[in-house]
Design a protein around this ligand. Structure first.
Ligand code: FES
Length: 360
């Protein structure tokens, strides 16, 4: 069995209101599952539940540090969001949710003898994995420090404001937080407005010397991530010192869509061999489904997925033979690509002899 793809039913131990539009959910992890739910700071969980007959899956970042001894995620309410509305309005202590063990590459290895400077750009609920990283870094590395640039609309909606103050006080002089608000005016102009490219450039010119930072993290809306990344690259920060975490992909580009539909049409009916949980299936590529994952699932084969947007990598499989094209990839590292992994929710077969394995 491919245990990495197994959901486990976890009991909700607490639903805590964090802001007017966000809750955190604490899960009870029974002793026999403790090993399965070990996580690294910055990782996320995939949650699954049935809402009005629909199988709904979403990824949420863990806000706790592994050193906190708890498994807690944050769910921010989105307009029209099925799961986020359910979590904010209906979910209660004692309910059970199916949860996949933690995943994600938005993490770093913290070691007690390191003396590093970390910095992060976060906006809105993008603070969630970064909070986990901040806590773990400061707890694990007594000589390290963290600088946070944190964008929000208004001070009343800032997630973890009090916790950040508490961390600042606990680790005197080792955490610096700069707030940027779009709907409230501050005296210093630099702190007004969103974290766009111009703002990130000014931050890097006046608040921090990027050359002194070992790792930059960024998590938030697509535009902010792009702005932070471009500003950092323009200041000569090497790519491998910038870690980005996307909650969702911009996803819909007309050009990408056109290329993907042309590829899907060309691949229609191509038979693929698909390995899952030690069994091998023959699956014809279904152009109407548009990707390998949905072609496989249409036959009733329970291939894993969560975001279907090329972000979470839950649908990852290895191409054992043949060739496969991907529409977009935000979820796989360069190493995984080199080893032949693809995101099946974004993939179409481009040769006749494709074998993919979800078990590899
Ligand atoms: S399901 Fe998330 S990347 Fe494919």
């Amino acid at each position: 069995m491919s245990a990495k793809n197994d959901f486990h039913r976890l009991r909700v131990a607490q639903v805590r209101r964090e802001t007017s539009d966000a809750v955190s959910i604490l899960f009870d992890v029974p002793n026999d599952l403790a090993d399965r739910f070990v996580f690294r700071p910055g990782q996320y969980l995939t949650l699954r539940t049935d809402i009005a007959g629909e199988d709904v899956r979403r990824n949420y970042s863990i806000c706790a540090s592994p050193l906190d001894g708890e498994l807690r995620v944050v769910v921010k309410m989105l307009a029209g969001g099925t799961f986020s509305t359910f979590a904010n309005e209906t979910l209660k202590v004692g309910d059970e949710i199916e949860v996949l063990p933690a995943a994600g590459h938005f993490t770093a290895l913290f070691t007690p003898d390191a003396a590093r400077h970390y910095a992060a750009f976060a906006a809105g609920s993008g603070i969630t994995p970064i909070l986990s990283l901040i806590k773990t870094a400061l707890m694990t590395e007594p000589e390290s420090r963290f600088t946070l640039f944190y964008g929000n609309r208004m001070s009343g909606r800032v997630l973890f404001l009090e916790e950040l103050y508490a961390i600042k006080n606990r680790y005197m002089g080792r955490l610096e937080v700069f707030h940027f608000l779009t709907m409230e005016e501050e005296d210093v102009d630099l702190f007004n407005g969103r974290l766009d490219r111009a703002k990130c450039d000014r931050i890097l010119a006046s608040l921090i010397d990027p050359a002194e930072v070992d790792i930059f993290f960024a998590c938030g809306p697509e535009g902010m991530m792009e702005a932070a990344e471009q500003a950092l690259l323009a200041r000569g920060v090497p790519e491998d010192r910038i870690l980005l975490e996307r909650f969702s992909s911009a996803g819909s580009s007309t050009v990408l869509d056109e290329i993907a539909s042309a590829r899907a049409a060309a691949a229609a009916g191509r038979n693929m061999a698909v390995v899952l949980d030690g069994r091998k299936f023959t699956v014809p590529f279904d152009a109407d489904q548009g990707n390998i994952l949905d072609s496989v699932r249409k036959l009733g084969v329970p291939a894993p997925y969560a975001c279907k947007g090329g972000v979470c990598a839950t649908c990852r499989a290895k191409v054992v033979t043949g060739k496969v094209d991907m529409r977009l990839n935000y979820g796989l590292t360069k190493d995984e690509l080199a080893q032949g992994y693809v995101l099946t929710c974004q993939a179409t077969p481009s040769s006749d002899d494709v074998t993919i394995s979800y078990d590899a």
